[in-house]
Design a protein around this ligand. Structure first.
Ligand SMILES: [Zn+2]
Ligand SMILES: [Zn+2]
Length: 267
């Protein structure tokens, strides 16, 4: 069963298809369950990606999408960024009565802009950025404000675009501490297939980190394309199912009302 648990609509300022368009595209691509996860970033300052989030708008778009694709298994989640900066606000947002799924993400330099805006000049500088990034993710991993951690090695997306050939070692002590926090609280990470954009063939996190997560005992794993447009709705999904099977995963996790359910990892 093909599922996609990371997807944006025009409720996110960086996306260009509406929720009904995304739902229709997902159904037509053979995706059986789609979970919408529009952005809500809580970074208090310098956050060029800061967006106002309204469940009211989200619910309205969701109702429209359900009406556009009757009978389709569409779920409503959220990608909550930098929740650890404002726990009270995070709590308030997640107290909404209808939340199927929460991706916890760290998109920003500590107290600064999105890693998208960074300048990456050398492997040593990248490593320092990654160390600081992981400290944030560890804070997030120990917080209550997520079901799975989004794109665990996120800054690599932009470091690679600037020609820096860096990676995150699965043996990094902070990576191992993050896995521990996630696994001990029966939560998970995601396999984000957005590295397939522009002809690439990578996932976030990378294959070796996903394998290390499994080796550490990680079983809760969602998959999503992080699509911001209908033409990305299924990008890299089937290839990543195969890659996860090759690593040894036999199940994926899907969520409803924030309750996990394991499904067979079969396309
Ligand atoms: Zn994200
Ligand atoms: Zn996203």
């Amino acid at each position: 069963m093909l599922v996609n648990f990371h997807c944006h609509s025009t409720l996110s300022s960086d996306a260009s298809s509406t929720m009904p368009e995304m739902a229709r595209a997902a159904r037509d691509a053979g995706i059986e369950v789609l979970c919408m996860t529009d952005h809500c970033d809580l970074l208090p300052y310098d956050g060029r990606k800061f967006e106002r989030f309204s469940w009211e708008k989200s619910e309205a778009a969701y109702a429209e999408a359900c009406a556009a694709v009757p009978g389709y298994d569409l779920r409503l989640g959220i990608e909550l960024g930098s929740s650890f900066y404002d726990p009270a606000k995070a709590e308030k947002i997640l107290s909404h009565q209808h939340v199927d799924f929460v991706i916890g993400s760290a998109h920003n330099f500590p107290g600064g802009p999105d890693y998208y805006y960074g300048t990456y000049e050398s492997p040593a500088q990248c490593q320092q950025v990654l160390d600081e990034y992981l400290d944030q993710v560890l804070m997030l991993a120990r917080s209550p404000y997520y079901d799975v951690l989004g794109h665990l090695d996120y800054p690599l997306r932009y470091m690679r675009l600037q020609g820096q050939d860096v990676s995150l070692s699965p043996q990094h002590p902070t990576v191992q501490a993050i896995f521990r926090a996630v696994i001990d609280s029966d939560r998970g990470i995601e396999c984000n297939t957005s590295g397939y954009r522009g002809g690439g063939r990578s996932t976030f996190p990378s294959r070796d980190l996903l394998a290390a997560y499994r080796a550490a005992g990680g079983r809760r794993l969602t998959i999503g394309t992080d699509a911001h447009h209908t033409d990305q709705i299924v990008l890299g999904l089937k290839e990543s199912y195969q890659m996860l099977r090759d690593i040894g995963f036999t199940e994926l996790t899907i969520y409803r009302d924030r309750v996990p359910e394991q499904i067979k990892l079969e396309a």
